[in-house]
Design a protein around this ligand. Structure first.
Ligand SMILES: Nc1ncnc2c1ncn2[C@@H]1O[C@H](COP(=O)(O)OP(=O)(O)OP(=O)(O)O)[C@@H](O)[C@H]1O
Length: 911
C-alpha cells in the first residue's frame, strides 16, 4: 500500500539494535492526505488496497528505515511525503506504517524534478543551480550535441544517415552562423559521432529483426515526481546518447544516474527495467593506435534496485531544497571544483550574490537593494514554477471529463489517421465533437495521447490546424483521441535567466535608474513628428530623446500602435538599430504592420526582420520572418544586418536573440508583462520605451506575488515625468467612452475628432438604427435579466443575447461585426452554442487589444458578484472599451448595484 500525507511535526532520527545489527530509523508524524471520495481520510492507496483511519484528522507515524533516513533528514513540518509499498503495523493499539524492502520514499511528490536536474545535481548541486539561473548558452558543443541527438532519432525512425545529417545541419543554419561555423565542417563533425551510432544500430538490427525501438519519449512520473525525455527506449529499457568518449568498461556514474531516472519513469509506465545503455558517440572515431581501453560505443549496465533508490534520494534532496527556498553551496555532494568548467561562473555568482560556495567567491557583492530584489523575484519565479507543476499534477488528479470542463483538454476525439512526413515526423488527424471548447489554439504545443496522457501513449505535438478536424505534427505516431494543455516551464526558466542577466550582467547606469539611485535623463527634441495629436507627438519626442527609458501610457484606441511605429521610424532615420517587442505574437505583428507603412521610403524591406516560429507569425508578416534553416553565413547576415528586429518578449529570451544587441527596444503591451519578462527584451538594448496601459489586463501569472505588477506600472508610478499619456481616442462614440474615462483615466480620455465622438451604427453601410427596438437605439444600453442563478453559466442571459444578435442582424449588421464578452469559459460555451458561428464570443482576456462595432457583455451574475470579470476592475475596463458604435450590457441589475463601481456603471448605462 502507498502512504501519503503531510509531515505533522518534528522527525525523530535514531539508531536501534535489531536482530540484523545496528539500524537507522526515522519516525515521521504524518497527517494523512485528505482525498477519500467518501469524505473520510484515506492514507493508503494503491494496488495494495485502501486503509482509512477511524478518525480522519488524526496523525499517524510512518517509520522510514536505513538509507531512507537520509530523506527523512530533509523533512520539515508541512512537507508532503509519499511512501510506496509500506506495511501497516499495530503498535499499542494504533495502526502505524513502515517502509519495506520494496518501498520508495518520495519527498514532495508533486514537485516535478527534471532528469537533467538530477544529473546536474549528482555532479554538483551548485551546477544544477547555475544552470537554472543562467540557462544554457549558445555554444558549439551544445548545438553539436543537439544535432547528434536529432540524427540519432532520425536513424531510429529509419532515415538515411546522410539525408539526416544534411537536413539537420541545414535546419540549424542560423545558430551555426552565429557561432561562425560552416555547414561542411559541422556535417563532418556530426558524421564522426553519428557513424558510431549507426554501426552499433546495425549490429543490433542484425541480431533481431524486431528490436522494439522508439525514439525520444516524454515521460512523467506522478509517484516519483520526475519528468524527462528519454533519448530512446529499446525493448522497454532506456538508451542515452552521450557526445563524448568513455574508454572504461562501465558508463560514467552521472550517466548511469540519468539512465536510472528514465528506468524509474518507464517502470511507472508499466515496464520492468533491468538494464540501461549508454552510447558514447566518440568512441569509434578514436585512433585505435593511440588509445587503449574499451572502444565499444555502447555500454550496458544492470539497473540495480540500490541505484534506483539512490536516484530517488537525490531527487528528494532537490525537492526539499526547493521547497525550503534554499540555494545549494556545493558542499551537499562531493563536488570537485578544481576540475569544473563552471568554477569561474560559480565564484562570480556566489561573490555577487553573497552565497556560500565550495568554489569560493570573487567580485563585489551587489548592493543590498539589488540582493533583496534578486531574492524576492527568485522566490516569486520559483512559486510560479510550482504552480506550473500543479498544472502537471492535474493531468492525473483530474478525470478526463474534469479537464475538459476546465477547458484544459479536448477529449473523446475520433482518431482519423497517422501519416509519416518527410524527415521522419508524423502527421496525426482526429475529429473533434462539435462545440467542444478549450484553451488550446493553433500553434500550441500539446500532449497528444491515446486517452491517457500520463500512463498511456502520449507525445508532444504541435497543433497545425484546429477546426472540426484537428491536424497535429509529432515525432512519433499516436492514435490520438485526447489533447491536453502542456504546462511548459520554458517561460519560467526564461524569467529567471532574464532576471539574472539584468542584475548580474546588466548595465550599471540602467540599474541606478531602475533602483531609484538616479533619475532618467532625456535629450530635448524639438522636431514635430505628429502634427494632429499633441500627446502622441510628445510621446515620440520622449521616446527618441530618452537616454534611459520613456513610458507611453496608451488607454484604449489612443493610437499606441501608430505612435510606436512613428517613434521607431524616427529612430531608424537617426541610424539606430531597434528591437520591437510585445507580449503576444499578435501585438508584435500589429505593430510591425503599422511600422512597415511608416518605413516604406526609409529603409529597404529586407532590413526588417520578424523572428518567430511559423505558427506564431501571422500570414501577412510571414514574408519578413527570419528563416532559421539555410546556409549559416546567409542566415546570420539577414539577422545581423537588419535594422529593425521584431519578436515576442519570450523569443527575446531565446539563445539566438540573446546574442543580439540594439540601440533601443520598444515594448508594447508592457502592462501585461512581468518585470523579469520585460527584462528579457530590454536587456538587449541600451535604451527602452515601454508602451502599455496598467488600467487594462495585468501580467498573466499563476501565482499571486511580485510578478503581478509590471515594470511599466512600477515605473509609471515612480517616474511620472518619464511618461506621457495618450489622451485622444480614435475608437469609441462619446457616450461609450465616458464611463471608462471617468472611472479609470481621471476624466482625461476624449474622442480624437468630432467624427469619432459622433459615430453610430447609422454610419455603417446598409445599417439603420430605426429598425432596432427603442431600448437599443442609444450607443449604450442595459438589458436587465434576472438570470437563472447558476454559478458559471446563465442560460437566460445567453438566450437574451441570441435574441439581441437577431435584432442587430435585422438592422443590417454583419454578424462578424458583433462581439460577445463573458466572464467564464462555461458561459462562453453556453452563448456560443446559441449564436451563429461568425459572432465572436470569448472571455475578456481574448478580447484585449481588439475592437468591434457592437459589443455585448454578459455579466453572468445573479444575486452576488463573483468571478474573474468582477474581481479586478481592469477587466471591466477592457470589456467596456472594445466597441466603436454600440455597447449592450446584459445582467442582473440588483446584483450589479451591490458594488459601487458597477452601480455607477448602471447609472451611466441607463442614463
Ligand atoms: N494621430 C493620428 N491621426 C489620425 N489617425 C490616428 C492617429 N493616431 C491613431 N490613429 C488611428 O486610430 C486608430 C487606432 O490607432 P491604433 O491602432 O494605433 O490604436 P491603439 O491604441 O494601438 O489601439 P488598441 O487600444 O486597440 O491597442 C487607427 O485607425 C489609427 O490609424
Amino acid at each position: 500500500m502507498h502512504v501519503r500525507g503531510t509531515v505533522a511535526g518534528e522527525v525523530d532520527v535514531r539508531s536501534v539494535s535489531t536482530s540484523y545489527g545496528e539500524s537507522e530509523l526515522a519516525e515521521v508524524p504524518l497527517r494523512p492526505a485528505d482525498d477519500a471520495p467518501d469524505g473520510g481520510t484515506t492514507i493508503a492507496r494503491g494496488d495494495g488496497g485502501t486503509a482509512t483511519l477511524a478518525d480522519g484528522r488524526e496523525t499517524t507515524t510512518v517509520t522510514l528505515w536505513n538509507k531512507w533516513t537520509e530523506s527523512a533528514d530533509l523533512l520539515e513540518p508541512g512537507m508532503e511525503l509519499l511512501v510506496t509499498n509500506a506495511k501497516a503495523e499495530e503498535y499499542q493499539g494504533e495502526t502505524q506504517y513502515a517502509t519495506t524492502g520494496d518501498s520508495y520514499v518520495v519527498v514532495e511528490p508533486s514537485f516535478l524534478v527534471s532528469v537533467t536536474s538530477i544529473r546536474n545535481w549528482v555532479e554538483c548541486p551548485r551546477l544544477y543551480y547555475l544552470n537554472k539561473l543562467s540557462g544554457v548558452p549558445l555554444n558549439y558543443p551544445v548545438v553539436k550535441g543537439t544535432l547528434v541527438h536529432e540524427v540519432f532519432g532520425d536513424l531510429l525512425r529509419g532515415r538515411d544517415l546522410e539525408d539526416s545529417i544534411a537536413a539537420r545541419v541545414e535546419e540549424r543554419g542560423l545558430q551555426l552562423g552565429l557561432l561562425g561555423e560552416t555547414a561542411d565542417a559541422v556535417a563532418e563533425d556530426v558524421r564522426e559521432n553519428a557513424t558510431a551510432i549507426e554501426g552499433w544500430l546495425q549490429q543490433g538490427r542484425l541480431d533481431e529483426a524486431e528490436d522494439g525501438w522508439r525514439s525520444e519519449q516524454l515521460l512523467i512520473s506522478e509517484t516519483f515526481g520526475i519528468r524527462g525525455r528519454a533519448d530512446a527506449v529499446r525493448r522497454g529499457a532506456p538508451v542515452e546518447l552521450k557526445t563524448g568518449k568513455n574508454l572504461k568498461k562501465e558508463p560514467r556514474f552521472k550517466d548511469k544516474v540519468q539512465a536510472a531516472c528514465y528506468a524509474l519513469l518507464l517502470e511507472e509506465h508499466g515496464g520492468d527495467v533491468d538494464i540501461g545503455t549508454l552510447l558514447y558517440t566518440k568512441n569509434s572515431v578514436l585512433d585505435r593506435n593511440e588509445e587503449t581501453g574499451d572502444l565499444n560505443p555502447a555500454k550496458e549496465f544492470t539497473m540495480g534496485e540500490g541505484l534506483l533508490k539512490y536516484v530517488v534520494r537525490l531527487r528528494n534532496e532537490i525537492a526539499a531544497m526547493e521547497m525550503a527556498g534554499e540555494v545549494p553551496t556545493g558542499y551537499e555532494a562531493d563536488a570537485k571544483c578544481e576540475y569544473c568548467f563552471e568554477q569561474d561562473t560559480c565564484m562570480v555568482v556566489s561573490g555577487r550574490l553573497d552565497q556560500e560556495s565550495k568554489a569560493g567567491q570573487i567580485g563585489q557583492s551587489l548592493p543590498d537593494a539589488e540582493r533583496e530584489y534578486f531574492d524576492r523575484f527568485y522566490r516569486a519565479i520559483e512559486e510560479e514554477r510550482r504552480e506550473v507543476h500543479r498544472e502537471y499534477a492535474k493531468l492525473w488528479e483530474q478525470t478526463a471529463e474534469e479537464r475538459a470542463d476546465d477547458d484544459r483538454a479536448l477529449i473523446d476525439l475520433e482518431f482519423l489517421e497517422q501519416r509519416p512526413l518527410e524527415g521522419g515526423r508524423w502527421e496525426l488527424r482526429a475529429r473533434r465533437p462539435g462545440g467542444a471548447n478549450s484553451k488550446l489554439r493553433e500553434g500550441d504545443l500539446v500532449l497528444a495521447s491515446d486517452g491517457d496522457p500520463v500512463r498511456g501513449d502520449s507525445e508532444l505535438a504541435r497543433i497545425e490546424r484546429l477546426d472540426d478536424e484537428i491536424v497535429l505534427t509529432a515525432d512519433e505516431p499516436v492514435e490520438v483521441t485526447r489533447l491536453d494543455v502542456y504546462p511548459s516551464e520554458l517561460t519560467t526558466d526564461r524569467l529567471l535567466v532574464a532576471m539574472h542577466d539584468f542584475l548580474l550582467k546588466g548595465d550599471e547606469r540602467r540599474k541606478d535608474v531602475l533602483f531609484g539611485r538616479a533619475e532618467p535623463a532625456f535629450d530635448e527634441i524639438d522636431e514635430v513628428f505628429i502634427d494632429n495629436n499633441d500627446a502622441q507627438n510628445e510621446a515620440v519626442q520622449k521616446a527618441v530623446g530618452a537616454e534611459d527609458f520613456a513610458l507611453i501610457h496608451g488607454p484604449p484606441g489612443t493610437g499606441k500602435t501608430y505612435t510606436i511605429a512613428r517613434a521607431i521610424r524616427a529612430m531608424v532615420e537617426r541610424g539606430e538599430r531597434v528591437l520591437l517587442s510585445a507580449f503576444t505574437n499578435r501585438a508584435v505583428d500589429n505593430a510591425l504592420e503599422a511600422l512597415l507603412e511608416q518605413l516604406e521610403d526609409v529603409i529597404d524591406e529586407d532590413r526588417v526582420v520578424r523572428v518567430g516560429s511559423e505558427s506564431g507569425v501571422s500570414d501577412e508578416m510571414e514574408p519578413y520572418r527570419l528563416e532559421r534553416a539555410g546556409e549559416p553565413d546567409d542566415r546570420v547576415a539577414e539577422l545581423e544586418e537588419a535594422q529593425v528586429v521584431a519578436a515576442t518578449t519570450s523569443t527575446c529570451g531565446s539563445r539566438v536573440m540573446k546574442e543580439q544587441s540594439f540601440d533601443a527596444a520598444l515594448v508594447d503591451e508592457a502592462g501585461q508583462l512581468t518585470e523579469p519578462g520585460t527584462c528579457a527584451a530590454i536587456n538587449l538594448a541600451e535604451r527602452f520605451v515601454l508602451v502599455g496601459d496598467h488600467e487594462q489586463l495585468p501580467p498573466v501569472v499563476r501565482a499571486e506575488n511580485d510578478l503581478t505588477e509590471s515594470l511599466f506600472e512600477r515605473l509609471v508610478e515612480r517616474y511620472p515625468d518619464a511618461g506621457v499619456m495618450l489622451d485622444r481616442q480614435y475608437r469609441m462614440n462619446q457616450r461609450i467612452q465616458v464611463f471608462a474615462s471617468t472611472e479609470f483615466y481621471d476624466g482625461q480620455l476624449r474622442p480624437a475628432t468630432p467624427e469619432v465622438a459622433g459615430r453610430t451604427l447609422d454610419d455603417l453601410e446598409g445599417v439603420s438604427r430605426d429598425v432596432l427596438p427603442d431600448t437599443l437605439s442609444d450607443p449604450v444600453s442595459f438589458v436587465d435579466v434576472e438570470g437563472d442563478r447558476s454559478q458559471y453559466t446563465d442560460g437566460e442571459e445567453a438566450a437574451r443575447i441570441a435574441d439581441l444578435i437577431e435584432r442587430y442582424e435585422d438592422a443590417g449588421l454583419d454578424r462578424s461585426e458583433i462581439g460577445v464578452i463573458a466572464p467564464f469559459r462555461a458561459q462562453v460555451s453556453e452563448i456560443s452554442s446559441r449564436v451563429p458561428d461568425d459572432v465572436t464570443v470569448d472571455t475578456v482576456d481574448r478580447f484585449q487589444g481588439s475592437s468591434q462595432e457592437v459589443i455585448i457583455v454578459s455579466f453572468t451574475a445573479t444575486g452576488s458578484l463573483e468571478g474573474p470579470i468582477f474581481e479586478d476592475y481592469r477587466r471591466i475596463n477592457v470589456a467596456l472599451t472594445r466597441p466603436k458604435r454600440a455597447l449592450v450590457l446584459v445582467g442582473d441589475a440588483a446584483a450589479l448595484a451591490s458594488d459601487p463601481v458597477y452601480e455607477r456603471m448602471l447609472e451611466w448605462a441607463r442614463a
